[in-house]
Every structure is written in C-alpha cells, then in structure tokens.
Write a protein that binds this ligand. Structure first.
Ligand SMILES: CC(C)(COP(=O)(O)OP(=O)(O)OC[C@H]1O[C@@H](n2cnc3c(N)ncnc32)[C@H](O)[C@@H]1OP(=O)(O)O)[C@@H](O)C(=O)NCCC(=O)NCCS
Length: 158
C-alpha cells in the first residue's frame, strides 16, 4: 500500500493511541494506556538511547504504533519486549508487519538487542503474525486472566 510511513513517535500521536487501545480492550490489560504513558515519558527522558516508539502513518495520519520496552537493568540490555497496536480500520494491510520489522531493525542496530519478545493472550490472532515473522512460542501461563484465558510468551533472536 502506498504512502505508509514509519517514523519516530511524536507527542500529538498520543491523541489517537487511546482510541486504538479502546478498540482492542480484549487484547490489553486495563492499565495498558497508563503503562504506555510511562513508556512515553521515559522515551522522551532518555531519548532513543534505551528505547524506541515508532508510529505508522498513512498519508501523514497516524494509524498505529509499536513500543519497545526499555530494559531496567544493564544486564537486561540485550533484549527488548514490545507492544503493538494498529487502528481497527487500518488492520490487515501489512502495517503491523512493517512496524515490527522496523522495530527489530532499530533494536538490533541502535539498541544492540539480540532478542525480542512479547506477551499475548491465547485467543489473540496476532500470534499468526508473530509466527509468520519468526517468533517462537516460548511458554504458556494457563488461567492468566480471571476469565480463564492464558498468556503466551513469544520470542525471536535477532
Ligand atoms: C496485531 C495487530 C497489531 C496486527 O496489525 P496489522 O496491521 O493488522 O498486521 P498485518 O496486516 O501486518 O498482518 C495481519 C496479521 O495479523 C493477524 N491478526 C492479528 N489480529 C487480528 C485480528 N483481530 N483479526 C484478524 N487478523 C489478525 C492476522 O492473522 C494476519 O496474519 P497473516 O498476515 O499471517 O494472515 C493488529 O491486529 C492490532 O492492533 N490488534 C489489536 C491489538 C493487539 O492485539 N495487539 C497485540 C497485543 S499482543
């Protein structure tokens, strides 16, 4: 698709983010938006030295983002976890794929990360996407949520 761009996150992108998260409540914890705000504050505090938040745009309009969590301890510096969301209207067009590929590139080349991983609830079809991009199921926690859904941990060596 034409005119898709991936760029670094800008503060006004935040205005869209809450809407995207609300469209996908089943996929995220209740505190997810607050967690992302915390990540954004740290992102601007440390600039891109330890973390990375990328925004996808179509014709300049933000449609999705990926957040690489900053490792807290130095000894964790070789890995990074990520969260991803794309607006409902823009899904299935390769934007999620592009965000992950660019984030992996940034993690490897700029952060020096050798490992990416994520948590995903067991009923989330996003697992197909991660598998297609080379992520392996590394573990499963049954009954992780009160409603009985489990959580899958997936990882990829870069
Ligand atoms: C997961 C997500 C970021 C993928 O973004 P996207 O732009 O649609 O991704 P792409 O177009 O590159 O790839 C589509 C893939 O996502 C998978 N997928 C993920 N969620 C899906 C959904 N709700 N419905 C249909 N397919 C979905 C499809 O299986 C498809 O895989 P395939 O191409 O191998 O068939 C997006 O669906 C989303 O924001 N979902 C809600 C939030 C979420 O679940 N985030 C992940 C939490 S771990």
């Amino acid at each position: 698709m034409k005119n898709i761009r991936i760029r670094h996150f800008r503060l006004p992108d935040l205005l869209r983010l809450k809407g995207w998260i609300n469209q996908s409540k089943k996929s995220f914890s209740k505190t997810f938006f607050e967690e992302i705000i915390y990540a954004i504050v740290n992102y601007f505090k440390f600039k891109a030295k330890r973390g990375c938040i990328l925004t996808a745009t179509i014709n300049g309009r933000p449609v999705g983002m990926i957040n690489l969590h900053m490792p807290i301890w130095k000894k964790q510096g070789g890995q990074t976890m990520f969260d991803i969301v794309v607006s409902e209207e823009s899904r299935g067009k390769g934007i999620g794929t592009l965000l992950i590929v660019k984030a992996e590139q940034f993690a490897k080349e700029t952060l020096g990360a050798k490992l990416m991983y994520l948590d995903v609830f067991e009923d989330n079809p996003a697992q197909n996407l991660y598998q297609r991009l080379g992520y392996t199921k590394g573990g499963f926690i049954p009954d992780y949520l009160k409603d009985g859904r489990g959580k899958v941990v997936m990882y990829k060596h870069l």
